[in-house]
Design a protein. Structure first.
Length: 85
């Protein structure tokens, strides 16, 4: 009988030390209960765009950012950022 060694991926095992977790689990652990700075990003009046890691945190909540498709092409021509709603 031969034994087969399988390497178990523990990057999502929350009993592991934080340093050994994958990047998503580390982000979750450092995000103040998945809050991050989402509220501040949504309150941004200029673009209403959410910065960096908060986009990923929103995805964990099932939220996705969408820009206004009706004015997307015009804003690109003007070299402006997307108009998030």
């Amino acid at each position: 009988m031969t034994s087969v060694q399988q390497k178990i991926d523990r990057s999502r095992d929350l009993s592991q030390p934080l340093e050994r977790l994958g990047p998503d689990e580390t982000l979750k652990a450092n995000s103040d209960q998945l809050r991050g700075t989402i509220a501040a990003g949504l309150a941004e009046e200029l673009t209403a765009a959410v910065p960096g890691d908060d986009i990923k945190l929103m995805k964990f909540h099932g939220l996705y950012q969408q820009d206004d498709r009706d004015i997307r092409d015009e804003r690109r021509r003007q070299k402006l950022e997307p108009a998030y709603t």
